[in-house]
Design a binder for this molecule. Structure first.
Ligand SMILES: Nc1ncnc2c1ncn2[C@@H]1O[C@H](COP(=O)(O)OP(=O)(O)OP(=O)(O)O)[C@@H](O)[C@H]1O
Length: 756
């Protein structure tokens, strides 16, 4: 390493060491303050309200405590706690930049960094930027949180608008050790005392090997990305752009920024991130913790509703019917309709009167009650309405006392109670879909909203659910729709759950009885048992009311069906939104209908839009190949500019008569060329044949993954092998758009194996 670089690294290491030492010291001290604060019962209040009683010293210690706590979350597996340095000269501009003013709400506790009197004169200042803010004993910032206003010039300064920055430096670290520095100069010439080293941090970040998990980009966020990250927390922020333009990673940094800018609102209200698959959530799950944030909920679209988590996709023609809002006619009618196997007649002697109600009368009462009540909350209303109808059916007029006596008996009549249990049971929304395994019933309820063939397809798909004991991803939104119609399943009245018996039995412990078996389990306990039969598995767990969030972030938004938008909308009724997508990668075929459902989910909130036009993922050679393919069928595709070249064109080879051998050969040469993960992206037709390649490769973590095109959405690999692109187009719901997704997953190398 040249001496000059080593010298610069040593300078930065000294500062990093000082920060870490300060944090250690602060953590110990703050722990003591915290314990004392808790015992005085004042800690939380003082931090939140800035209560004068606590005094500023106490408040400072509280802030330090929180910083120290977050530091422990940022363990050494994450890169540098301190990753940036700005050298500013305030004499450059006529006044200090506004960004360095303290925040009005004081949430962050960040103040502008201290001015260092550097060799250059009074107006020179050094600011260090890190994942968290740290102050010294005098309350002076040693490191500024990357989200603080004072850190903004680190991301926004350019030679055209230097924002008083002379030099921006990125520190590369491994754990607590600084291993490199990369500088960008914002002025034509560096002052004598400022050394400039490195080839640029961005290129270094883009060239490196891709791991199994997405990394944060906190050290190299670009100015246009920073604008989207720091956009107002209110309303709807839409981020569009082609493949690899950083939409996902920007959106995740935005989530961290929102937590910083208004922690009270977003931590207590919650932030929900919805993505396309479990593989996607696993891929991005490290980004927020690496930024010190653990409180964001990540969900795949098949995992949004409690108690259900599925990845199974319906065939495209079925998913299309289930995703469209026209399915609501069917769901509404089924939810309002008769419960299959429920009695169609009521007969009993009540208060000496023989009562008989036929199917029509029962249907009439049901319809009347459901006009005002969700079914699961309407049991009492249904019983009362039935009583009125029963009395009316007797044809007795004017005898108020007899009616009162009749209704009084009706209320706790054993026959009525037994009838109500069978006629008006609590209905789990999932059961309704199981009723619809009967194509005739689907046809009857759907009326003209689906064709007879479609009715058969739908019923068949729910029979598949029963056979496989799994719901499909599209079913989840239907279950959520039904849950909103039916209301949550009500618990049995308490005395039927054996609570009294448990309480009495518990007293026996005084007499040496150590084990107590309740006579009946609570509903919660039931849900933890996994039933063996497929029907039981499909109905396992409880569906509660949907959780609502303060902010909802939707990635790969172009893929959401209208029904999925409605499902997510129920979780964001009072939320602000960040929505990320690229129409050219869509697998949902009807963008107009989806846009309507999306607009309903957002409501009348203001919207702002950011467009990303630089592809940071794919080498230029790979991306040009993919762009040529998509342009043929999607002439208006949003094509970004790829910034990195490798000099290696994608290899195109025939798949030939031995797909496994051809694919293995392609994988083997890629294994020698790249260090990280390789995906074999295959259509369904070859999936079983190519399965032996999955996890192949001797030592270390498996590097080769055999995956279907849809499950690569949002992911990236060092290299890919694309198996039979034409077949991928043929079998996929989005056709060529899904092939385009597959062709834009590789960072460094791609081999395309063309089919027969
Ligand atoms: N400023 C940056 N510095 C370093 N790496 C970046 C930067 N911006 C984006 N990247 C990298 O580019 C790659 C693509 O980013 P990301 O997955 O967020 O793109 P995307 O627009 O969501 O892609 P797609 O639509 O294809 O799923 C990631 O590896 C990301 O870390």
């Amino acid at each position: 390493m040249p001496d000059v670089v080593a010298e610069q690294i040593a300078i930065e290491q000294a500062h990093v060491d000082r920060v870490l030492a300060e944090l250690e010291k602060a953590a110990t001290r703050a722990e003591a303050v915290h314990t004392e604060g808790l015992s005085r019962g004042q800690f939380g209040r003082t931090v939140e309200t800035g209560d004068a009683e606590g005094g500023s010293l106490f408040q400072r210690d509280a802030l330090v405590y929180h910083a120290a706590r977050r530091r422990s979350a940022l363990d050494t597996q994450y890169e540098g706690l301190v990753f940036g340095r700005l050298d500013l000269d305030h004499a450059m501009g006529s006044q200090r930049p506004q960004e360095t003013q303290p925040r009005a709400n004081g949430q962050s506790g960040e103040q502008p960094a201290q001015r260092h009197t550097a060799r250059g004169g009074d107006e020179r200042e050094v600011r260090y930027i890190g994942r968290i803010g740290v102050r010294d004993d005098d309350y002076e910032p040693l490191v500024i949180d990357w989200r603080a206003p004072a850190a903004e010039p680190f991301y926004r300064a350019t030679p055209a608008h230097p924002m008083n920055v002379i030099r921006r430096r990125v520190l590369r670290s491994r754990g607590a050790t600084v291993i490199g520095v990369e500088d960008d100069l914002m002025v034509p010439e560096a002052p004598d005392d400022l050394v400039v080293v490195g080839d640029g941090a961005l290129m270094a970040a883009l060239t490196r090997t891709r791991g199994a998990r997405m990394r944060d980009i906190v050290a190299t966020i670009q100015a246009h990305q920073d604008e989207a990250i720091r956009a107002s927390a209110r309303g709807v922020t839409e981020i569009s752009g082609g493949p690899g333009t950083g939409k996902t990673v920007v959106a995740l940094h935005r989530a961290a920024y929102l937590l910083y800018s208004d922690r009270r609102r977003f931590e207590s209200g919650g932030i929900l991130v919805v993505g396309p698959s479990g593989a996607y959530t696993a891929y991005i799950e490290r980004v927020l913790p690496s930024l010190g944030e653990e409180s964001v909920i990540l969900r795949a679209v098949g995992d949004v509703v409690d108690a259900i988590d599925t990845e199974r996709l319906d065939p495209p023609e079925v998913a299309r019917i289930k995703g469209s809002t026209r399915i609501r006619t069917l769901l509404g009618a089924a939810a309002r309709g008769r419960v299959p196997d429920a009695p169609t007649e009521f007969r009993a002697i009540v208060a000496g009167h023989a009562v008989r109600l036929d199917a029509r009368a029962l249907d009439h009462v049901r319809a009347q009650v459901l006009r005002q009540h969700q079914r699961n909350a309407g049991t009492a209303a249904a019983q009362a309405a039935l009583g009125e109808t029963a009395w009316a059916s007797l044809g007795i007029r004017g005898d108020r006392e007899a009616k009162a006596e009749f209704l009084d008996r009706w209320e706790d009549h054993l026959d009525v109670e037994a009838f109500m249990k069978a006629w008006w049971p609590q209905v789990d929304p999932r059961e309704v879909l199981l009723w619809l395994t009967d194509a005739d019933l689907v046809r009857r309820h759907a009326r003209r909203s689906v064709s007879p063939d479609e009715a058969e397809l739908l019923a068949g798909s729910w029979r598949t659910a029963l056979e496989t004991a799994t719901w499909s991803v599209a079913d989840v939104a239907l279950i959520d729709d039904l849950a909103a119609r039916l209301g949550p399943v009500q618990d049995e009245p308490q005395e039927e759950r054996g609570f009294y018996e448990i309480e009495e039995l518990e007293d026996l412990s005084q007499y040496g009885v150590t084990e107590v078996q309740p006579v009946a389990r609570t509903a919660e306990a039931k849900s933890t048992l996994v039933p063996e039969d497929p029907r039981g598995q499909l109905l396992a767990g409880r569906l509660g009311r949907p959780d609502e969030y303060a902010h909802v972030l939707v990635d790969e938004a172009q893929d959401l069906s209208p029904m999925q938008w409605r499902m997510i909308g129920r979780r964001g009724r009072h939320a602000s939104w960040t929505v990320v997508g690229d129409a050219a990668q869509a697998s949902w075929p009807d963008p107009v209908e989806a846009a309507q459902a999306r607009d309903e989910a957002f409501g009348a909130q203001p919207r702002r839009h950011f467009h990303m036009d630089t592809n940071y993922r794919n080498a230029r050679e790979i991306f040009e190949y993919a762009a040529d393919v998509v342009r043929r069928e999607v002439p208006d595709a949003d094509i970004p500019r790829a910034v990195r070249e490798t000099g290696v064109e994608p290899l195109v080879r025939p798949l030939g008569p031995e797909p496994l051998a051809a694919t293995r050969a392609a994988v083997q040469s890629l294994l020698e060329e790249v260090e990280g993960a390789i995906a074999v992206i295959t259509p369904h037709r070859y999936a079983a044949q190519l399965a032996p390649l999955d996890g192949e490769v001797g030592a270390g973590p498996a590097r080769v993954h055999v995956v279907d095109p849809m499950s690569t959405k949002g992911l990236e690999y060092d290299a890919t092998v694309i198996v039979d692109p034409e077949e991928i187009t043929r079998e996929s719901p989005g056709g060529i758009r899904v092939l385009y997704v597959a062709l834009t997953r590789a960072a460094h190398r791609m081999t395309v194996l063309t089919g027969p």
